[in-house]
Design a protein around this ligand. Structure first.
Ligand SMILES: Cc1cc2nc3c(=O)[nH]c(=O)nc-3n(C[C@H](O)[C@H](O)[C@H](O)COP(=O)(O)OP(=O)(O)OC[C@H]3O[C@@H](n4cnc5c(N)ncnc54)[C@H](O)[C@@H]3O)c2cc1C
Length: 325
C-alpha cells in the first residue's frame, strides 16, 4: 500500500487521508484495480527480480497498463512528444501576449468586503476585484479563478481574509515530494533480454522508472531513462548534491537492470519540484488525515468572486492533466 501511495500521491501512506485515497482510487476503478495495475499482476508477469520488492517489467506490461485505459489503465494514456510544456506554449501563442502575463506572480487579491451579501447580477458589469502581482502590476477584474494548489494559494494574501474553513484546508493539504530525473545513455541497454526499462521498487532510492527515449525530428534517437525519487525518498535526497543524486540514480539502475553500463551515462538532468517555490512538490496536493471530513467542502466552495479549480478539485482524472481541463 505504501508503494501505491508513493506512486499515486508521491507521499507516504500515513500522510494521505483514507477518504482522499478512496476518492482518487475510486476514479480509476477501485483500490483492488489500482493495486493490481501497479503491482500485483505485474509480479506474476515480471521477467526478472533482481532484489526483493522490485517489480521489473517486460514489454507490454505495467507501464502499458498504466497508460492504456482500454485495458483498465490508470492514466497517462497520451504521450506528449517534446514535453508537456508545449501545451502551455501553444495555448499562450493562441491567446496572444496581450492576454497572457509571464513572470508575474499573484501576491494579493482584494474583493469587496460585503461579498457574502453582494448581488452579483446587479454588479456584473463592474470590476471590483483587484489582483496585485510581484512585478507591481494591479489588475481589475470581475472574478478570479484560482487554479494553484491550496498550499500555493495560501501564500497569496487575500482581503478580506479567507474564511476559517478555507484557511485550515490550505494548511492541511500538502504537496507530494518528487525529484524527476532524466539519464541519457549511448545505447538502450535496459531493452536487452525482455526488460522494458520500467520498474516500481520499494527498496531502491529511485522508486519508479521508465524508458523515456525519444526520436528527434532529425531522426536521431536519444536513449534515456526517466526516474523519480518520490515521497520520503525525495525529501531525503533533496539535501544531497546533484552529483550525489546522479550517482544514486545510476547505481539504482545498475542494480535493478544488472548492468554496469548504467554507471556511465552521457548526460543527467533533474528537477526537484519540492524546492521549486512556484510548485512546492507534486504530483498535486493531497489531503492529510481528517481534512476532508472537517473542511473538505471548502476545496470547491467559491468565496464571493473568488473561485477554485485545478487538479485538486477535479472530479475525474484527479492528479493528472485531464483533471482540471
Ligand atoms: C514530477 C511530476 C510528474 C508528473 N507527471 C504527470 C504525468 O505523467 N501525467 C499527468 O497527467 N500529470 C502529471 N503530473 C501532474 C501534472 O503536472 C499536473 O496535474 C498539472 O500540471 C496541473 O496543471 P495546472 O495547470 O492545474 O497546474 P500547474 O501545472 O501546477 O500550473 C500552475 C502554475 O501556476 C504558477 N503559479 C504558482 N503560484 C503562482 C502565483 N502566485 N501567481 C501566478 N502563478 C502562479 C506556477 O508557476 C505554474 O506555472 C506530474 C507532476 C509532477 C510534479
Amino acid at each position: 500500500m505504501d508503494l501505491v501511495c508513493h506512486t499515486i500521491f508521491y507521499s507516504a501512506s500515513d500522510r494521505v487521508s483514507f477518504l482522499h485515497f478512496l476518492r482518487t482510487v475510486g476514479q480509476v476503478g477501485g483500490a483492488v484495480q489500482t493495486y493490481e495495475s501497479l503491482v500485483a499482476r505485474e509480479r506474476e508477469s515480471s521477467s526478472t527480480m533482481n532484489s526483493n520488492n522490485v517489480v521489473l517489467t517486460n514489454q507490454n506490461t505495467m507501464y502499458d497498463r498504466l497508460i492504456d485505459r482500454a485495458t483498465g489503465g490508470l492514466a497517462e494514456q497520451l504521450y506528449i512528444r517534446n514535453g508537456a510544456t508545449q501545451l502551455l506554449q501553444r495555448m499562450a501563442n493562441e491567446l496572444g501576449t496581450a492576454r497572457v502575463r509571464l513572470n508575474s506572480a499573484v501576491m494579493r487579491i482584494e474583493q469587496p468586503n460585503d461579498y457574502e451579501t453582494e448581488d452579483l447580477s446587479s454588479t456584473f458589469d463592474q470590476y471590483p476585484v483587484t489582483v496585485e502581482t510581484l512585478d507591481n502590476v494591479r489588475l481589475r477584474c470581475k472574478f478570479v479563478v484560482l487554479t494553484v494548489p491550496p498550499p500555493l494559494a495560501a501564500r497569496i494574501h487575500t482581503e478580506p481574509p479567507m474564511p476559517a474553513s478555507r484557511d485550515i484546508l490550505c494548511q492541511s493539504m500538502v504537496c507530494g515530494a518528487a525529484i524527476k530525473t532524466i539519464t541519457v545513455y549511448s545505447e538502450p541497454f535496459w531493452r536487452e533480454g525482455s526488460a522494458s526499462g520500467s520498474f516500481l521498487s520499494s527498496n531502491t532510492d529511485v522508486r519508479w522508472a521508465f524508458d523515456a527515449s525519444e526520436t528527434l525530428d532529425s531522426g536521431e534517437c536519444v536513449y534515456a531513462l526517466a526516474g523519480l525519487f518520490i515521497g520520503n525518498g525525495a525529501l531525503h535526497w533533496s539535501d544531497y548534491t546533484s552529483e550525489e543524486r546522479r550517482q544514486a540514480v545510476c547505481s539504482a539502475y545498475a542494480r535493478v537492470f544488472g548492468d554496469e553500463r548504467a554507471n556511465t551515462p552521457l548526460a543527467y538532468f533533474e528537477h526537484d519540484w519540492s524546492v521549486d517555490g512556484w510548485s512546492r512538490g507534486g504530483l498535486v496536493a493531497s489531503a492529510m488525515p481528517g481534512t476532508l471530513t472537517t473542511v473538505g467542502e471548502a476545496l470547491f466552495r467559491p468565496i464571493g468572486r473568488l473561485h477554485f479549480a485545478g487538479p485538486e478539485t477535479a472530479i475525474a482524472s484527479y492528479n493528472y492533466f485531464e483533471g482540471p481541463s
